[in-house]
Design a protein. Structure first.
Length: 385
């Protein structure tokens, strides 16, 4: 049977995300009151493992770009989870007398930045040795959310109590700037093209806005009204939408990044009067959003939103007590079209990626490669088999 151009394109996109060529796309959900991490298979929405971690109140979480390790912050420590065995393989001490908050991995996977909430600093972990390198970097008061730009050059840190966002250089691991004008900023997310940073303003438990930073000037370019006490925030892989967890309003606000306006508000539907959604994440294909309900039925739960309809699908997934995944907690599915060893493998992969993400630059950012050249190298390695 001869396929037309549209059919070939469809097959290429299907192959791009085919299960046989994909890494797992598990969601890692820290449960604060259990000191565990629930592992959800995003294909089946079933919990496939529960991982005990070191220390109390695990919250901050980040996945390495290759999907092989998870970094979870809890009680002056960062636990490192091996995703093959779903066991803790290392624990890394960090400063402070309380629980670190935000955790973020650089696009090249070499460093992890950890916000030490009670120490007013950021620690840097070398992922090759899983040890802290250098001295803690002093930032604002109670650093919380952390996000690295897609080019790996800068880190944005939300400082809750001094209402600022610190900017770090990853080349020197020093503070290179500070942005003012926030209302107890907490969650941070960067668009795939690196042009905007979205920051939730939780206020004194009465916040209702998200600030938008233009990275070209590192100034606030917009303030968007959302639900009550927004905390977790995530951008879709194509950069078109931002999802915001409103922890008091039991809802998720959806922002259109082109207009910086809220286009819809989604009830989380956890089954309680007060769900308390706090952390959320988007799957690598942009199809689903996982929302952790801090006060879910019995213990805690995770609601799943279909981004095509912006509605909750299925029943909430039961996890551990008081889930609060604060960061990028879903594994990337790095997969390519074509068959390794065939002459047209590279061309098929490039075409499928360009169509799916509207350009290779967007594809590289969405799949967390440091740039197009690194993505091209990965495609060649795959195609050479």
């Amino acid at each position: 049977m001869k396929l037309g151009v549209r059919e070939i394109a469809a097959v290429a996109v299907v192959c791009l995300f085919g299960a046989s060529q994909s890494l797992a796309q598990n969601a890692y959900i820290p449960n604060q009151s259990d000191a565990t991490v629930s592992v959800i298979n995003t294909a089946t929405n079933a919990v496939i493992a529960t991982v005990p971690v070191f220390g109390a109140n695990p919250t901050g979480v980040a996945v390495t770009p290759d999907g092989k390790k998870i970094y979870v912050a809890s009680d002056n420590t960062v636990s490192v989870i091996n995703t093959t065995s779903n066991t803790v393989i290392a624990t890394v001490p960090v400063p402070g007398s309380g629980v670190p908050m935000g955790v973020a991995v650089t696009p090249d996977g070499k460093k992890v930045y950890v916000a030490n909430l009670s120490d007013n600093s950021v620690s840097v972990i070398n992922t090759a040795t899983d040890t802290v390198i250098g001295s803690p970097i002093s930032v604002g008061v109670e650093p919380s959310g952390v996000a690295v730009t897609p080019d790996g050059g800068k880190v944005y840190v939300a400082n809750v109590l001094d209402t600022t966002v610190s900017i770090l250089s990853t080349a020197t691991d020093t503070v290179i700037g500070s942005i003012t004008g926030f209302n107890n900023p907490e969650g941070v997310a960067v668009t795939p093209d690196g042009s905007k940073v979205y920051v939730t303003n939780r206020g004194n438990d009465d916040g209702t806005t998200v600030s938008v930073i233009g990275t070209a000037t590192d100034t606030v370019i917009a303030i968007i009204s959302v639900g009550s006490v927004p905390e977790g925030i995530a951008v879709t892989p194509d950069g078109s939408k931002v999802y915001v967890a409103n922890s008091i309003g039991d809802s998720v606000s959806v922002i259109d990044t082109a207009t910086n306006t809220v286009i819809t508000t989604i009830p989380t539907g956890c089954g309680l009067v007060f769900c308390g959604p706090r952390g959320l994440g988007v799957t690598p294909d942009g199809g689903k959003v996982y929302v952790a309900n801090y006060n879910g039925p019995a213990s805690g739960s995770v609601s799943v939103i279909d981004t095509a309809t912006n509605t909750v699908i299925g029943s909430p997934i039961a996890v551990g007590g008081n889930p609060f995944p604060f960061g990028l907690f879903i594994q990337s599915a790095v997969a390519f079209a074509g068959t390794p060893g065939t002459a047209n493998c590279h061309g098929q992969s490039v075409s499928a990626l360009a169509r799916r993400y509207h350009g290779l630059k967007n594809a590289a950012a969405a799949l967390r490669f440091p740039g197009v050249l690194a993505l091209q190298d990965a495609i060649r390695a795959f195609c050479e088999g």
